[in-house]
Structure formats: structure tokens, C-alpha cells
Design a binder for this molecule. Structure first.
Ligand code: ADP
Ligand code: MG
Length: 505
């Protein structure tokens, strides 16, 4: 009888958790069993592992093989256990010395010919390898660059089972980690603001939303460019900080949206309005992150806001406020990050014709209004009406190229990040009421201006905070440490109060 153990990792929510693959080979009738809460793909590993071993020139032991995946309570999902199972069998059958796998984590899918195929979540695995103080990570070559983003882990990228074994035995130098691609010039294929005509009046609002990460609501008749404007917001956003880029790469790799290197662009997600609550914020039997998590550090765009289901919009409320979703399952609590800039767009009524031509029933209108005034608009800092531009404006007015606005936006974001870093925040949109009071930098005159507005417009406490937050961003755009009365007035113009919303709806 002989036994071998190989370290691997299972993706659980948005984390990688340590799993041990134990292979036990003993005399008896030829059999191969996989135990330890493995899903179908993992049980099918048996067939792939058997074929891959034989086709790579190794001996598949004709004895009783039991592979156990521990800890048993953790659900093991996906084909990434093929390679560790194969390596464990090779070690248990004496085809690989046991110390060759010591301190080395192994992940990878196998083809029947023994090719090592890409797996999701390489970055999360590499981070966990480091946390667990293992030294090396053997994984598919196409994911080596991603894993190498984590320092202090030796990355062994392989393309074939045979190569994996030779590398582990020390008979072959590990292949060098592929160079990172040359940094692509920003936004080459990204839609640019300069496509938009007749809306130059809206540019300050977009600039503020981009600079401060503020949630943005675009409302107005159909065909005026709301969707168009929303899709151009990413071209204005400041680049991600290094930790933000790592976090987005980890999440997108786990979701299978990306693999290979570092994600550099901020995410932009625009789920269809038929999406379920769990599709939006995450959940399910085997909890998976939702769109809000895939949009983390980027934009979550809800086009035709009033068409989304009430439960979906309700589910988004807390995550928008907290910047994360907590999913509780039998044994443990999972936290999915959801720090997004929400961009919502809506027509004035469901049929979209507006006013005289409107054919909506009273019930339609009531439903529309309920959705709009519901849970989310409370969280919107900047709200603009996208009207129908005049013929002259459409002809003569085109927006400046995004690049010409970006420098000021990037500088404004850098000021925020420097100010907020010690609070673990990066932009003004994340300021809660307490931090806003502490860090707004509003002069006494600015406070007076704010209270004057307050009395005149019957602002709610939330509306009050909203204006101050936006004013802080306007001050950052103007490179001013202090929030001055002028910034308060400009902020108020961007989002007068809750009434402009009821007018809009
Ligand atoms: N202000 C505008 N400038 C340039 N093109 C526009 C403008 N508004 C609308 N369009 C054109 O009309 C199309 C539909 O606009 P869209 O953004 O979908 O409108 P909305 O979302 O407000 O209904 C766009 O793809 C674009 O080609
Ligand atoms: Mg639209």
C-alpha cells in the first residue's frame, strides 16, 4: 500500500481554499474512486486522468486507487483537480519521488492526451499559495503570467503532463513566465465622448461622476443619447490603482471573464433588465458572484431602470451602500465586493413617447414611478436630464474628446485617493456621513451656502450629504483643498434635490 498527498486549491465564492488530494493505492481488483464532496466534473476527472497518464507514457496502476479530496465539507467544483489527481497517483505509485511535490501546489485541467489546460482563478490560487506559505505553484502555462503577479511564489507554468512531471523531478528547467504584453494604449476601441452631439451642457455632470465615482442617473426621452452617454463614461474614468487592478483581475479570472495577465480597464457591466436578484448581487446553491461584483471598481450600468424587477433593485440597495454583499451558507460566510459606480438610465414613462403622445396606462405609469423612486435613486449623487438637443445644437455642437477631459479627472481622483487612503477608500463617492463631515474641507461660508440651500429646497439629510460629497469632487477637479460656496452651488445645480427626480419621473 502506498499513499501520496498533493496540495491544491478550490475556488469557493471569490476565494481559493486549500484542498489536499490524497491518493491511496493498494492491492486488489482494479478500481478508481474519487471521494470528498466532488461535483460531476471532478468525478469525471477519473476518465481524463487515466487517459492522460497512459497517453503521456506513464503507467496507470491496475490496482485499487482511492483519491480523497479533503476537507470533505468543502464543495469541489470544476475540472482543475485533474492535474493534482494525476500527480498524486504518480507519486503514490512511485513514478514521482514524494519530495518532488513537497511545498508545491498543483492546479490544472487535463485533456485525454495529457495537455494541461487553463483553469479559472489562477490569481486567487497564487495568492492563497503565498498565504499558506507554500513555495511553488504548478499550473497551466497560459495562466503563469497571472499567477506571477503574486510575489514570492515560484511559478511553474506547464503545457503537458509529461513536462509537469519532468519539471517536478527537476529534470527540466521551469519554462520562463511569459512576458507581459506591451501595455495597450488606453481606450483604442473604447467609444469616445466626441461622438456625442448637442449635449455639451451635460459634460460637467459626467466629469464629476467620473472623477468622484459618483452614482449617475440619466433620464429623458428616448433616442436622445442616454445609453450612448453611459457607455462613454468608462473613457473618462481614471485608471485603477495597482491594488484595484489586482482585485479586479482576481474576480474576473474566477468568473472566467479574463485570464492571462493584469486587467487594466475598469469593468463596465450592463446586465439586461430581466436579470434576477441573485444574478445581480450574487448567490445560488454554489454561491457565485453577481454583476455588481463583476463591476467592482468599475461601472454597473442599469439601462431602462424601471424595467428591472423590484426584487433585483431591492437586492442591490445594501450592496451599493456597503460596497459588499454577504452570502451566508451552511458552514461559512462569503463576502463579495461590490464597490461600483452605478449608472442608471430611464425614459420618462414606459412607452417612452412622453407627454402628449404617451400611451401608458395609469397602472404602467404608477409602476414606472415606483421603480424609479424606489430603493436606488436614494443612492444617486448626480442626476441629469438628457433632453432633446435642438437641430442647431445637434449640427454644431460635438463633445470634446474624452482624452482632453481625462487629465483633470485623473488629477482629481489622485487628490481623493491621497486624502482617503488611510481610511481604505479611493474616491469621494465612498464617503459616509461621518467621514464626509470630517474630511469635506468645507469652509464656514460653504457650510452657510449649504444651509441656505437646505432651507430653500427642503433638502433631506441625505440630499444634504449628497451635495457636499459632489461639491468635494468639484473642489478636487479645481485642485482646491477647500470646498468653497461656489462648489456648493455647482453641486446643487447638478442634483438639485429629490424633487428633480419626481419631476423627471
Ligand atoms: N446626442 C446625440 N449625439 C449623437 N448621436 C446620438 C445622440 N443621441 C442619439 N444618438 C444616436 O441615436 C442612437 C440611439 O441613442 P441612445 O443613446 O440609445 O438613446 P437613448 O438611450 O436615450 O434612448 C445612438 O446610437 C446614436 O447613434
Ligand atoms: Mg437607451
Amino acid at each position: 500500500m502506498s499513499l501520496a498527498r498533493v496540495d491544491t486549491f478550490a475556488i469557493d465564492g471569490v476565494e481559493a481554499r486549500r484542498v489536499w488530494v490524497e491518493a491511496d493505492i493498494r492491492r486488489g481488483l482494479s478500481a478508481f474512486a474519487v471521494v470528498g464532496l466532488a461535483d460531476k466534473a471532478v468525478r469525471e476527472a477519473r476518465e481524463r486522468v487515466r487517459a492522460a497518464l497512459v497517453n503521456s507514457g506513464f503507467v496507470f496502476p491496475q490496482e485499487r486507487i482511492t483519491v480523497n479530496l479533503a476537507p470533505a465539507y468543502l464543495r469541489k467544483v470544476g475540472p482543475g483537480f485533474d492535474l493534482p489527481v494525476a500527480v498524486a497517483i504518480l507519486a503514490a505509485s512511485g513514478q514521482l519521488p514524494p519530495d518532488a511535490v513537497a511545498g508545491c501546489a498543483v492546479v490544472g485541467e487535463l485533456s485525454l492526451t495529457g495537455e494541461v489546460r487553463a483553469v479559472r482563478g489562477a490569481l486567487a490560487v497564487a495568492e492563497a499559495v503565498r498565504r499558506q506559505r507554500l513555495e511553488r505553484l504548478l499550473l497551466p502555462r497560459s495562466r503563469a503570467r497571472e499567477a506571477a503577479l503574486v510575489p514570492e511564489v515560484e511559478v511553474l507554468g506547464v503545457e503537458h503532463l509529461q513536462e509537469a512531471v519532468e519539471t517536478l523531478r527537476g529534470e527540466r528547467e521551469p519554462a520562463p513566465v511569459p512576458e507581459s504584453e506591451p501595455e495597450e494604449p488606453d481606450g483604442l476601441d473604447e467609444p469616445d465622448l466626441s461622438d456625442v452631439r448637442g449635449h455639451n451642457g451635460l459634460i460637467p455632470a459626467l466629469e464629476v461622476a467620473a472623477a468622484g465615482g459618483h452614482n449617475l442617473f440619466l433620464h429623458g426621452p428616448p433616442g436622445t443619447g442616454k445609453t450612448m452617454l453611459a457607455r462613454r463614461l468608462p473613457s473618462l474614468l481614471p485608471p485603477m490603482t495597482a491594488p484595484e487592478a489586482i482585485e479586479v483581475t482576481r474576480l474576473h479570472s474566477i468568473a472566467g471573464l479574463h485570464g492571462g495577465g493584469l486587467v487594466r480597464r475598469r469593468p463596465f457591466r450592463s446586465p439586461h433588465h430581466t436579470i434576477s436578484a441573485s444574478g445581480l448581487v450574487g448567490g445560488g446553491g454554489v454561491p457565485t458572484p453577481g454583476e455588481a461584483t463583476l463591476a467592482h471598481h468599475g461601472v454597473l450600468f442599469l439601462d431602462e431602470l424601471s424595467e428591472f424587477t423590484r426584487p433585483a433593485l431591492e437586492a442591490l440597495r445594501q450592496p451599493l451602500e456597503d460596497g459588499r454583499v454577504t452570502v451566508v451558507r451552511a458552514q461559512r460566510v462569503m463576502v463579495f465586493p461590490t464597490r461600483v459606480t452605478l449608472v442608471a438610465a430611464s425614459n420618462p414613462c414606459p412607452c417612452g413617447r412622453g407627454e402628449a403622445a404617451c400611451r401608458c396606462s395609469a397602472a404602467d405609469l404608477a409602476r414606472h414611478q415606483r421603480r424609479l423612486s424606489g430603493p436606488l435613486l436614494d443612492r444617486i449623487d448626480v442626476s441629469v436630464t438628457v433632453g432633446r438637443p435642438s437641430g442647431a445644437a445637434l449640427r454644431s455642437q460635438s463633445a470634446p474628446p474624452s482624452a482632453s477631459l481625462r487629465e483633470r479627472i485623473v488629477a482629481a481622483r489622485e487628490r481623493q485617493t491621497a486624502r482617503l487612503a488611510r481610511h481604505g477608500l479611493t474616491c469621494n463617492a465612498q464617503l459616509d456621513a461621518r467621514l464626509l463631515r470630517e474630511l469635506s474641507g468645507a469652509t464656514p461660508e460653504a457650510h452657510r451656502a449649504l444651509y441656505a440651500l437646505h432651507d430653500r429646497n427642503r433638502l433631506s439629510a441625505r440630499g444634504h450629504g449628497r451635495i457636499l460629497r459632489v461639491a468635494r469632487t468639484l473642489a478636487d477637479l479645481a485642485a482646491s483643498d477647500a470646498v468653497l460656496p461656489d462648489h456648493i452651488h455647482q453641486a446643487a445645480a447638478l442634483r438639485l434635490d429629490d424633487q428633480s427626480l419626481s419631476v423627471a419621473a
